[in-house]
Design a protein around this ligand. Structure first.
Ligand SMILES: NC(=O)CC[C@H](N)C(=O)O
Length: 461
């Protein structure tokens, strides 16, 4: 028997004399899963055990598989899950992760890397993510890249689930992790076609199910029975008690060492609307001591802590569904320097008196161009949002500093008199490009100016 190298390509030129016919798609057979003769072969989906034999014809390896029941089987051809969209379309695919039925809003993410950060970003609560990158699961799961303690999205929709995992940090497969987290996955669906549909229709509700008995019409009705609009999802993901955050970016992953400070310079209180760990790590790396507080923590108690600055985090759902959070923001602006990211930006916009609105299909990916008005600098940014601030509704003292160059929407605000700034996207870049890390520097500059101003005022008095 010839043993295949770990990622050697196996061309399945023939698939035995099976009813499934020729399997044209080449697959990678990891060494650990490969054997021949009467030995057992763990299939690509990890659920069927097949007997496999191999022979070599020309330079192609021929793999003949038989299911354990004796019937010839092609597990990757099996359709045992459905995605049903609100527009009535039904997409049959292969289940992985949790079995069952879930309902959520479907959005697509165009990032090429970072599925794990996306899975654990609390801002995806109430959503299914379609990954446009076709191959997902190849680097498995490691516990250093988590953006929070668990998965928050309702399910994932992918083209191809990697048959093998290859990464020195990985401790688990994506399939096993999703099972553990109770998150549904559907693979082998045409993610390109689904994405084009969402671009045409706008974000749609969807049901993912492994229940093959419920008629599609009934599932379409389910999709229409729910709306993400007006739902307070922040209360489901925020922390329950205030806590101190200490972790900085690990030395190995630091991408901006020049600006890092030694020791703590400022105390920042962060409102947790569904905060991503890398935002906290970046702020800590820039010299902030961080106290994280729940979304409904009274502003008066935050101000009692007398922090140098206040941070407003990212978070899931509709910014108009959380008036209590807007109220807190209203009470802190003008009193301390404030920095908001994504949901934090939208809540700040509302606290200024502005309005937010829902975009057609939102921005979710790692390549969105942004122009910073004051210098015309262009940043390539990571984004994940479905709502935006309407600049026409903002008061005159609020400046739109950043513009999304794809559609001209407002991507950043500055109110000098109230010492508040915000951006609609993700400078923590997890996953994504690091261009916007400079926003953390701008916030630190604001904190420095505030402290210098306080010192000057004390001297003058
Ligand atoms: N990442 C976020 O904070 C998302 C904000 C908000 N839930 C939106 O979709 O626009």
């Amino acid at each position: 028997m010839e043993v295949l190298a770990h990622t050697q390509r196996v061309s399945l030129a023939s698939f035995g004399n099976t009813a499934a016919g020729n399997l044209r798609r080449p697959v990678f057979v990891p060494r650990s899963q490969f054997c021949s003769g009467s030995q057992l072969f763990e299939s690509a989906v990890g659920r069927q055990v097949l007997t496999a034999s191999t022979s070599k014809r020309g330079d192609a390896y021929i793999l003949r598989c038989q299911g354990s029941n004796g019937a010839t089987a092609a597990p990757w051809a099996k359709k045992d899950a459905r995605l049903v969209l609100e527009d009535g379309s039904v997409w049959e695919g292969r289940a992985f992760g949790q079995q069952g039925t879930a309902l959520a809003e479907v959005v697509f993410n165009t990032s090429l890397t970072g599925y794990q950060e996306i899975l654990t970003d609390p801002s995806y609560k109430g959503q299914f993510v379609v990954f446009t990158h076709p191959h997902i699961g190849n680097v498995g799961i490691n516990f250093g890249d988590m953006e929070s303690e668990r998965c928050h999205l309702g399910g994932i929709i992918i083209r191809d689930l990697s048959a093998s995992v290859s990464n020195y940090r990985s401790t688990k497969t994506l399939d096993a992790y999703l099972k553990e987290q109770g998150v549904l996955g559907i693979a082998d669906v045409d993610t390109r076609a689904i994405t084009r549909r969402l671009r045409d229709t706008g974000a749609l509700n969807g049901v993912i199910t492994t229940d093959l008995s419920t008629p599609a019409e009934e599932l379409v009705q389910q999709t229409k029975s729910w709306s993400i609009l007006g739902k307070d999802l922040i209360s489901e993901v925020t922390c329950s008690e205030p806590y101190e955050w200490k972790d900085t970016t690990e030395h190995e992953w630091e991408f901006n060492p020049a600006v890092l400070t030694k020791g703590e310079l400022f105390h920042v209180v962060a409102y947790d609307f569904g905060i991503k760990h890398n935002i906290l790590r970046r702020l800590a790396s820039f010299g902030c001591r961080l106290t994280v507080v729940p979304a409904d923590y009274p502003a008066s108690k935050v101000l009692e802590m007398n922090p140098d600055g206040i941070f407003l985090s990212n978070g899931p759902g509709d910014p108009s569904a959380v008036p209590y959070a807007v109220e807190n923001v209203k009470q802190v602006i003008g009193k301390k320097p404030v920095f908001g990211i994504c949901m934090g930006h939208q809540l700040l916009g509302q606290a200024f008196g502005g309005e937010t609105f829902k975009l057609k299909f939102g921005h979710h990916g790692g390549n969105h161009p942004i122009r910073f008005g004051p210098t015309s600098r262009i940043e390539i940014s990571a984004q994940n949002h479905n709502y935006a601030v309407n600049p026409a509704t903002l008061p005159d003292d609020v400046e739109v500093t950043h513009i999304n160059l794809n559609d001209g929407t407002c991507a950043g605000l500055l109110c000098k008199p109230k010492k508040a700034m915000s951006i609609q996207y993700h400078p923590e870049a997890s996953p994504g490009p690091h261009d916007a890390d400079v926003c953390f520097e701008q916030f630190i500059d604001m904190l420095k100016a505030e402290r210098a101003g306080a010192v000057q005022a004390a001297v003058a008095a």
